[in-house]
Each structure stands twice: as structure tokens, then as C-alpha cells.
Design a protein around this ligand. Structure first.
Ligand SMILES: NC(=O)CC[C@H](N)C(=O)O
Length: 313
């Protein structure tokens, strides 16, 4: 079955990618982080990898881009591994918001002012503060090492141009962080927490890195290609649940209906997705729809899920 499906994907993927590329036209490359604005509008790439190590790539999959919000998954998992779920969920909730990823609205409206979930900016900034490490450098290094292990790629680095660009212009994130400090959700130095957050959002990857990280999640925390156990199963379960309920921002419900797979997107146009037990998937398409998800990338995943009957539901 799997071998037949791999052949089908290899045969049809060029056609599916070609059919999705035109959808980029209706989307916009994110420019609120100035360094992201130069990304190629109509690029679309995808890499899939399965537990046997079969790798399928199509389109502009070799391009490097920053993970942005996709990193929130891995900081969440690392915080869970560092301090356990009871302590993490004292500080962030488990519910979708229906608001934009960078909204401050509910931090003021809903007491006690903790972020609704770890995948919105408020939640991820809170989680950054929970990562073990004596200073921002050590925390960032630990996040990098963790992502390198998951991607099986020692070369992952912070893209310093994107980091500086976001640190220079990230006033909305600064507002969120100071509000969290005021609400006594954030402990410690706000600028140091933001520094860790901006840096982990700026880690550069390609589609193959995302696919390999997705494969570890698809296989419940063990990299099937090295046999290494990298994440406790319970924390993978938590991460995949958040991917399903909040991973595509406030379009997660629609994505669950149209695609039906756990996924996490970022404003640079990346999407990490997976088919449980079977594939890790990395997608890159920088033109975003009005919810902040890759316009062509979502379309491609919709086609694939429909054609291959991948929905979990
Ligand atoms: N949606 C995203 O990818 C947001 C991440 C980005 N670094 C920000 O904070 O705005």
C-alpha cells in the first residue's frame, strides 16, 4: 500500500504543485518583518519523507526560509520536557482564540490574562520564558540543538538578518510581552525573553528539514531513520493536538475540514505537516492568505489529502 502510494505521489506531485502555484497570485508575502518582504512571491516547494527514508521533493523545495511560528511547536515541546505539563499549563491555556496570531485582545478581556494557547504569539513568548537556560544565548542554543536533532541537521542556524529585522520592528510583540509581564504571566526580563523568541522564529530551514521534524512527530517522538527517541510520546500527543486545533491560526477549523492533518504554519510561508505514522511533510510558499497561511501551500495540501484520502477524520 505504502509503496503504491509513494509511486502515485511521485507520478502526480508535479501536476499537483503546478495546479497550486497559480493560487499564490491571490496571496501576499509578509512584509511587517521587512526582511521577509523579498521572498519570491510564486515559489512553491514540498518535501515528503516516510519512515523508510523515501524522500520526495517537488518545486522550490531547496530554498531556505525562517521557521517563524513553526518554531512555537518545538519551544512548547522543549518547555514540556524541561518543566513538565503541569507547570507549562499554569502559564498558557489549551484553547483556540479565533483571533489573529498577534492579537492582544483577549489578554485584557479574559481574566486571568494568560495566553489562550502556546501557538499564538502571546503563548509562544510565554513559553520562551519557560525554556531552561541561564541567559538568552543558552536558551536559544538549547532550542537550536533540539531542532537540529529533530531535523537531523547540525547546520541549522539563526538567520541574523531576519532576527535583527524582527527585533527592530517587533513592537506589537513587545506590547504583548509587557502586558504579560503586567499580568504576572512572564517572569524575568522582558527584553531577554523577546530576544529568545525573535531568535527562535528566525531559525532557517528548508522543506526537507521541516519534513524530517514532521516525521519524528508522525512517529510519536522517535526518528524512525536513526532509531533515536527524541520526544516523549505524551508531549508529541500534546503538540499534535495543538497543531490540529490552533496550528493554522484562526483558519485551523477550515484546515481540519479541508485537509484533516496536524499542521503548523509560519509567516515566512512554511508549513510543517504530517500523516500520522507515515509521512513528515514540509511545504514552502511565501504568498499568504488573509489568515497568514501559505495560499498555494494550503491548496497543495488540500489536493493531496483529497487525492490520497489522508484526512484523520
Ligand atoms: N505567524 C508567525 O509566523 C509569527 C511569527 C513572527 N515571528 C511574529 O512574531 O510575528
Amino acid at each position: 500500500m505504502t509503496a503504491v502510494e509513494i509511486q502515485q505521489i511521485r507520478r502526480k506531485l508535479p501536476e499537483w504543485v503546478a495546479a497550486s502555484v497559480p493560487f499564490a497570485e491571490g496571496g501576499k508575502v509578509a512584509s511587517y518583518i521587512p526582511e521577509l518582504a523579498g521572498a519570491p512571491h510564486d515559489a512553491l516547494g514540498i518535501t515528503l519523507i516516510n519512515a523508510d527514508g523515501d524522500l520526495i521533493t517537488e518545486g522550490s523545495c531547496g530554498r531556505r526560509f525562517t521557521v517563524q511560528s513553526i518554531s512555537k511547536l518545538f519551544t512548547l515541546i522543549l518547555a514540556l520536557m524541561d518543566i513538565g505539563e503541569d507547570r507549562v499549563f499554569e502559564k498558557v491555556g489549551m484553547e483556540p482564540t479565533g483571533d489573529n496570531f498577534n492579537s492582544v485582545l483577549k489578554l485584557e478581556l479574559v481574566r486571568p490574562g494568560i495566553p489562550f494557547n502556546p501557538l499564538i504569539n502571546a503563548g509562544a513568548i510565554t513559553v520562551s520564558a519557560l525554556i531552561r537556560g541561564s541567559d538568552p544565548e543558552e536558551k536559544t542554543e538549547r532550542i537550536l540543538q533540539f531542532m537540529r536533532a529533530l531535523a537531523n541537521n547540525d547546520h541549522l542556524r539563526v538567520d541574523l538578518d531576519v532576527y535583527r529585522s524582527e527585533a527592530d520592528t517587533g513592537n506589537l510583540n513587545r506590547s504583548i510581552a509587557y502586558l504579560l509581564k503586567q499580568n504576572k504571566v512572564l517572569d524575568g526580563d522582558v527584553e531577554e525573553v523577546l530576544d529568545v523568541y525573535f531568535r527562535h522564529c528566525s531559525i532557517a530551514v528548508d522543506c526537507a528539514d521541516l519534513a524530517r521534524m514532521g516525521l519524528v512527530l508522525a512517529c510519536n517522538g522517535t526518528d524512525p531513520l536513526t532509531g533515536k527517541s527524541l520526544i516523549p510520546r505524551r508531549y508529541v500527543q500534546i503538540a499534535k493536538t495543538f497543531m490540529t486545533t490552533c496550528g493554522m491560526y484562526n483558519a485551523s477549523g477550515e484546515f481540519a475540514i479541508q485537509v484533516g492533518l496536524p499542521a503548523k504554519s509560519g509567516v515566512s510561508g512554511g508549513i510543517l505537516s504530517l500523516v500520522p505514522g507515515r509521512y513528515g511533510i514540509g511545504v514552502y510558499g511565501p504568498a499568504l492568505n488573509n489568515k497568514g497561511n501559505s495560499q498555494a501551500g494550503v491548496h497543495l495540501l488540500e489536493i493531496m489529502s483529497r487525492e490520497l484520502n489522508w484526512s484523520m477524520f
